[in-house]
Ligand binder design. Structure first.
Ligand SMILES: [Zn+2]
Length: 219
């Protein structure tokens, strides 16, 4: 059976669209305006530039020498901290700078590695971890801690406050502290005591040594 003969003119006449169009156009305009407003509310703070870099210190005890390292497949700018002497397990993990704790919990799964069972089952992700918001869009994060963090979400910390103990929870081969500094959503090269760490790529293994100047303020 043949269909209707086409004439080249649109089969839907204007008059069919017309009655509903006004209300729908108004509605669409309102939806669009709401969407633009929503995007603006979310996007405008994101577009605001970051504040100046805080004077971060190493996340470990004042005066101690630590190894800062990375390896292929880590991630650019990520730093693994290992002490150069003494017991690694349980070493204090310190806030790099004053701020507010935004995460204190478990990332991924803990696994079963601890001082009594260092080669226990490996977990996933960061294990026990903490994230601190330092204001001005600057953040630091601290992974693989031994035990639940010593701080809670919303808590204000000062530079040098202990936030946890070094461990090997999550996806960790050996006890160490995995550490990152972020500006906005970007990871950036870590700086300590006003100087860059030099760890900018994970294309090759790198092992540096540095002394912590995360020392109590002199009053
Ligand atoms: Zn790491």
């Amino acid at each position: 059976m043949l269909g209707p003969v086409t004439t080249g003119r649109p089969t839907r006449a204007r008059s069919h669209r017309h009655p509903r169009s006004r209300a729908i156009r108004v509605l669409l305009a309102l939806v669009a305006a709401a969407a633009v407003l929503g995007v603006a509310v979310v996007a405008v703070p994101m577009l605001r530039p970051a504040g100046p870099r805080p004077l971060f210190q190493m996340p470990v005890t004042c005066g101690e020498t630590w190894q800062l390292s990375t390896y292929p497949g880590h991630d650019d700018y990520d730093v693994d901290f290992f002490p150069t002497e003494g017991e690694t397990w349980g070493r204090p993990v310190l806030a790099s700078y004053a701020g507010t704790v935004t995460v204190a919990g478990i990332n991924g799964s803990l696994g079963g590695r601890n001082p009594e069972n260092p080669d226990g089952p490996r977990g996933r992700g960061g294990g026990y971890w903490v994230k601190i918001d330092h204001g001005g869009k600057w953040e630091t994060q601290y992974l693989h801690m031994l035990e639940p963090p010593l701080v809670t979400v919303g808590q204000k910390v000062a530079q040098g406050d202990q936030i946890g103990r070094l461990g090997s929870t999550g996806n960790s081969g050996a006890p160490h502290l995995h550490y990152e500094q972020r500006r906005g959503w970007e990871k950036v090269e870590t700086h300590f005591d006003g100087a860059p760490s030099g760890i900018t790529t994970d294309e090759r293994e790198q092992i540096l040594r540095r002394v912590s100047n995360n020392c109590p303020a002199v009053s």
